[in-house]
Design a protein around this ligand. Sequence first.
Ligand SMILES: [Zn+2]
Length: 208
Amino acid sequence: MESDKVPLTMAGAVPLYEQYESLTPTFPVARVVSRLLSSVPVEYLRGLQSIVLTDSTRASAKKLRVSGRTIREKHCLAFYHVATPKRSAWIELFVDNIVAEWPSWAIRLSLLRDVVLAKTLFHEIGHHIEASVRGRRPDDAERYAEIWVKKLSRGYFRKRYWYLIPLILPLSYAWTRIRRSSYNKEPSPTPTHSDVLFSDPRSTQRTK
Ligand SMILES: [Zn+2]
């Protein structure tokens, strides 16, 4: 997928592409994703052909079942496209849906941009680690992906934001409040979210 085009950047060993149809990002998304990826051990990215940053206009209105919920493809945050005999695995992030969950002022803060993108990106990389690197497809793949979000986030945030470690508890509390107040102002037509920091059934994996 996308191998005929020139990648925007190489994030570690993985080519990163930006292909938006109706979105003009208000911050350098590729730079954030690239920085997050550089914290992931290279062996976990083995076999990952590319990461594509795009918007949900490229997705269809088809319905999917994810973690017991029905959701339209165009409302998803991201997909992990499992490798097939014809192509390697790749990741697709719908940046408009990812940032739409947060107030615009929050996205101006570097820390929050990192958190917002990390939770979806690392979830999809978690699917890749399980499916391609470890060669297993557990029934509760979503739960495993969330475990990887925590592991990979811990490494990244400890290194980049070490000076905030004493503030983790108050920041987590503020973070939950920001998300809740954002939902209250603009109720989403999509399924409700968990209040758990790194849990969202809308980032999932696809087998076709
Ligand atoms: Zn998932």
